[in-house]
Design a protein around this ligand. Structure first.
Ligand SMILES: C[S@@+](CC[C@H](N)C(=O)[O-])C[C@H]1O[C@@H](n2cnc3c(N)ncnc32)[C@H](O)[C@@H]1O
Length: 269
């Protein structure tokens, strides 16, 4: 299992979706009173940390929240219609809705189990969770102002089809906020694919160092949750998934196998 998690990004596409569905089932089973509502590697810089005042109950998730914040905070979300694709356990959707007051926030994920978990767990005005696949979203054309996508696109069968879907559902002048780990050799292809679809890249940031710093600072908390919740024979697989210090996934950011990028884009006709 550990090898599967380690090599997930290189796995053939048809295996990726069932693996995610299984992973969500395991998480729902093991994390009974819900300590983990984020599934990303996090982000840290001093300026964000000083500026972002979190409620007491959100503090444990600070690094994962800071990743959502760096992706979304430079664009006003207030009174916008937002769609998130690949929302996982919903922590980011809940944070952005509570702190940035969009008019509506509809969050989509491929796993029916995680969607019903989120609809039971959260009660935030304007926020709703729906089952949907990134490459064929059950969303009307031209119906949203902002699309958020955090650490999910590398899982898709066809990332270009996902970009076409984002283009289809955004209103003209709308924004696409994207963050994920990318092998350095794929960066120019991804940029080209986005530009070919009419996205103007307003800002692109290589945040690899900030993600590694967050993982260093957050490793002890992640390890503790794994130790308390996960059966011993699966602990190494979950540590790999969580990217804690000493895992191949953590090392992949230091040895240049992956970089972590965020793009802010505008939908130009
Ligand atoms: C690493 S998690 C990130 C979750 C969340 N964005 C966060 O930061 O906590 C990736 C998520 O993408 C979802 N996912 C994978 N393939 C998908 C697809 N084709 N369509 C929609 N969601 C998908 C997975 O189920 C998982 O919840």
């Amino acid at each position: 299992m550990r090898k599967i998690v380690e090599k997930y990004c290189e796995m053939p596409a048809p295996i990726k979706r069932p693996l995610w569905r299984l992973w969500h089932k395991l998480l729902i089973r093991f994390d009974k009173d819900t300590r983990a509502v984020f599934l990303n590697y996090g982000y840290h810089d001093e300026e964000t940390s000083d500026r972002l005042h979190l409620k007491h109950e959100d503090e444990p998730d600070r690094y994962c929240i800071q990743l959502y914040d760096v992706v979304a905070s430079r664009l006003p979300l207030k009174r916008k219609d937002v769609i998130e694709v690949g929302s996982g356990r919903g922590g980011g959707a809940s944070f952005l809705t509570r702190y940035y007051s969009p008019r509506s926030y509809r969050a989509f994920d491929i796993s029916a189990d995680v969607i019903s978990f989120c609809n039971r767990y959260y009660n935030v005005e304007g926020l709703s969770f729906h089952k949907g696949c990134a490459e064929n979203l059950p969303v009307k054309s031209g119906s949203c102002d902002v699309v958020v996508n955090v650490e999910s696109a590398r899982c898709y069968k066809d990332i270009n089809q996902f970009f076409s879907e984002v283009k289809r559902i955004l209103r003209p002048g709308g924004h696409f906020l994207f963050a994920d780990m990318i092998p350095p050799g794929h960066l120019s292809k991804i940029r080209q694919s986005l530009q070919d679809r009419g996205f103007h890249i307003r800002e692109q940031l290589n945040i690899t160092k900030n993600v590694v710093t967050a993982l260093v600072l957050d490793s002890a908390r992640r390890e503790q949750i794994i130790q308390e919740r996960i059966p011993g024979f699966l602990a190494k697989s979950f540590a790999q998934f969580a990217g804690t210090r000493g895992t191949e996934r953590f090392d992949a950011f230091n040895n240049g196998k992956f970089e972590y990028w965020t793009f802010q884009m505008e939908n130009r006709a």
